[in-house]
Design a protein around this ligand. Structure first.
Ligand code: MV4
Length: 515
């Protein structure tokens, strides 16, 4: 069912900032939906505020006092007359209490119901649910460890090394790798206390450790009419300290059979938990292409554009149609994939100094462009990068008919990108995109720790052409050319200021240039 114009939202509040707020507002604009921004003290001049139809100040710079304060966002929504709230990613996007509070306020949360988020938020509950839905999970225990002797017995059965994980965790927090039985009890105690202080929930479970896995996730969508589909996979194995660096679609690892099996498992997963809207089923895949459910992300993800580039679908538009009560506009059989897409995340961090956050003013900005390229960013020349928020300032997405073409296009774009005033991870991305193993598709989640020492940046800083030097040379060349013109043809100093009404001057100048 196509959403009739009349049934679609007329005004949406975007409870986020930066590139994702801008990206969501772009789709709203295309659909004729008015947009409401919220902003902190640090974001008065931010791009998402400039782009919105109206904007509400919601507090001080720290997210705890602004973007994370549910009451302030709900108040802004009420005051503006918005009918729905899009949470973006991060901040309140995976907070089930917020999803419920939005619904209680008579508004639509553009995301899954709080109940589905809760089911997937508890990693042991999610494993149980997946297990009964027939989705492969990593061998291990289904309940949090209550009795350490019983846990040791299971660890002996599945074999070491085993991985201790927090039930409330995710994203790698509170994990402990255990190589031998005598370490299990002490590591369990430290893992439990770390989980307690990080999540207020000390429950820990254990899984068999999968060595050198690849991170492959499936984009899923479910509507409120019982339909669910997947839009294929994204490979996100290139990470640094659980921070994704490069993502791509499709994965260079998967064959058609594995892809079909994983897609079917992803759809079974989303159907098992009363899910509605966009989600991601994360798997780890070992070198034999055995795949295991890891966790579900109950939001639109940073890397969603690679899926958009290969399917031709606007995922935010799908989210809005589903949230407005519409049916998925296509069946599984109607999903088509074309070519390959790669995304690089550009962080304001210095890869030459152990990725320390870089803050300051963007004094110069030249964004890459051209066929098959997309740049999603929340920054502009003159804008400030502050300490308060995520250091990711931009995403580059390159499409190509083949993986090799997408990679070549991305390298070209990275070299074209000029960001002055703050250090960025552009040279680091170039290092990845030029690495033999990456180009061969031969890598896993240990790629960065295995191959990156930090010294490579000297090379790739030069690989990312020294545009400052080039600028100086170009300026000199322009000055010399001006000099020559003044002497020979008395051309104006600046072509743009030359009066166009003067045909003679115009013709004369052009003629002389050709000579
Ligand atoms: C694992 C694993 C190996 N074996 N589980 C890290 C983040 C969290 N979502 C799960 N993670 C892992 N779980 C088993 N049983 C290896 C990782 C892992 C990882 C996973 C995905 C992407 C990057 C990673 C980097 C290091 C470890």
């Amino acid at each position: 069912m196509k959403i009739k114009q009349a049934d679609m939202f007329k005004k949406i509040l975007v409870a986020n900032r930066g590139e994702i707020a801008v990206r969501i507002m772009r789709t709203c604009r295309e659909l004729g939906i008015r947009t409401v921004a919220v902003f902190s003290e640090a974001d008065r001049l931010a791009l998402h505020v400039r782009m919105a139809d109206e904007a509400y100040h919601i507090g001080a710079a720290p997210a705890r006092e602004s973007y994370l304060v549910q009451e302030k966002i709900l108040a802004a929504a009420k005051q503006s007359g918005a009918e729905a709230i899009h949470p973006g990613y991060g901040f309140l996007s995976e907070n089930p209490e917020f999803a419920d509070a939005v619904a209680h306020a008579g508004l639509v949360f553009i995301g899954p119901p709080g109940a589905a988020m809760r089911k997937m938020g508890d990693k042991t509950a999610a494993r149980k649910l997946m297990n009964s839905a027939g989705v492969p999970i990593v061998p291990g225990i289904l309940d949090p460890i209550a009795d350490i002797d019983a846990a040791r017995q299971i660890a002996d059965e599945i074999g070491y090394p085993v991985l201790l994980k927090a039930a409330a965790g995710g994203g790698g927090k509170g994990m402990r790798l255990v190589h031998k039985p005598e370490d299990l009890a002490p590591f369990f105690r430290t893992a439990a206390s770390e989980a307690q202080s990080a999540f207020g929930d000390g429950r820990v479970y254990l899984e068999k450790y999968v060595a050198g896995p690849r991170h492959i996730e499936f984009q899923v969508f479910a509507d409120s009419h019982g339909n669910a589909i997947h839009l294929g996979e994204r490979e996100c194995s290139i990470q640094r300290r659980h921070q994704k660096v490069v993502e791509e679609a499709p994965s260079a690892l998967l064959d058609e059979k594995t892809r079909r099996q994983m897609g079917e498992a992803a759809v079974a997963a989303v159907k098992s938990c009363g899910y509605v809207n966009a989600g991601t089923i994360e798997f780890i895949v070992d070198k034999h292409r055995h795949f295991y459910f890891l966790e579900m992300n109950t939001r639109l993800q940073v890397e969603h554009p690679v899926t958009e580039m290969v399917t031709g679908l606007d995922l935010v538009k799908l989210q809005l149609e589903i949230a407005a009560g519409g049916k998925l506009p296509l069946t599984q059989e109607e999903v088509q994939w074309r070519g390959h897409a790669v995304e690089c995340r550009i962080y304001a961090e210095d890869p030459e100094s152990n990725f320390i956050p870089a803050i300051g003013r963007i004094s110069h900005l030249h964004k890459p462009d051209g066929f098959g390229l997309r740049e999603d960013s929340g920054v502009y020349e003159g804008g400030e990068i502050s300490v308060y928020y995520d250091p990711m300032i931009s995403k580059l997405i390159a499409w190509g008919a083949t993986r090799a073409e997408a990679i070549r296009r991305m390298r070209r774009a990275l070299r074209e990108y000029e960001i002055g005033g703050v250090k960025t991870t552009i040279p680091f991305c170039l290092w990845v995109l030029e690495h033999e193993k990456f180009c061969a598709g031969d890598f896993d989640t240990h790629f960065v720790p295995n191959f990156f020492t930090g010294n490579e940046m000297v090379l790739h800083r030069d690989g990312h052409h020294d545009w400052k030097k080039l600028q100086a040379v170009a300026a000199l060349a322009a000055a010399l050319e001006r000099e020559t013109r003044t002497q020979t043809i008395a051309a104006p100093q600046n072509g743009a200021t030359m009066p166009q009404s003067s045909a003679w001057k115009s013709r004369g100048w052009k003629t002389n240039l050709r000579a």
